[in-house]
Design a protein around this ligand. Sequence first.
Ligand code: AMP
Ligand code: MG
Length: 346
Amino acid sequence: MNLFMKNFWRRQFIGIFLGSLIFFLCGCGERKPVAVQTTDTAMGTVIRQSLYVTNGSTAAADEVMELLEALDQETLSWRLETSELWRINETAGQKEAAVITEEMAAILKSCQEISEKSGGAFDITIGQVARLWSIDTWAAGGEPRLPDEKAVAHAVDRAGYRRLSVNEREVCLPEGMQLDLGAVGKGIALSHIDSLLQQHEEVTGAVISVGGSILTYGTKPGGGSWRVGVANPLDTSASIGYLELDGGWCVSTSGDYERYIEIDGKRLHHILNPYTGFPAESGVHSVTILTRDGLLSDALSTACFVLGVEEGLALAEECGVEAVFVDFQGEISMTAQMEEYFHLSQ
Ligand code: AMP
Ligand code: MG
């Protein structure tokens, strides 16, 4: 063997040795994901995050909170003068249409489609009606009071999704109409969170709830499915059952226990019948929707609540989503496919 060949084999040997060492060290250095749990508030609701993170960092959880604040402030809030929705609502009754972002155009178009499919049970043009009920002040306590019936009827007349014209660039609101994205905002947030987590390699799995909407992401350490509880509307500290899911699902619940006031022993909740302007009385306590799309899950939970069991199930099937209803008799009804995911509590 000449000197050149000797050096060649020495180099090969050193290369293989170093390669194996790096492989071995990396294997040892691969850290198991650790749980990071946070509870906070944003978008006027409670945000619960349960993430599995390989480096134990809270960076992703912090970014989720920043994202939710920004989404509310810049796009969805009807309350904040900084938001696109506020700016749109300001143009009601003006000759000039409001110029909108691509994202807002997509949101409004999706909402319009769901309004059509639900026969108007879901309708984001009921903003003025919702204001009359002062839903956002209910949590703060104070003496609950009924809105003036005539004012409600007047606001109902001025609402109506068919009177809203939207295209890719503009939206035109007639006089007296106000938009309210409260029924879809939390679902929209889930899709944003999903995209954000995908940029964080250190996050291997997560379950994040934004109010009544929950996202499953990635995988559970050690394998197995995520379990998402479905609250018992008559005792929200307990659940009627749970969904067994892999990552990438959105679960939204609309229930008469979430926000309500009581007047003369009658519960008045926050999900309104757009035709009457009063809380929907469809015989259900709650509806839970399961689908991969955040906006759809949130919008359909509201729509199906207003429609009730029979029509709601038909709408869910038509839209290709899964649904669980709990009615006033305590009976549970669901779409055929939902049985694959839903398990009753023992
Ligand atoms: P959710 O909890 O997702 O069912 O949304 C309820 C919120 O959406 C309410 O607080 C209102 O702001 C708004 N809302 C109420 N009723 C309707 C409806 N029928 N269609 C669309 N938005 C509604
Ligand atoms: Mg909803």
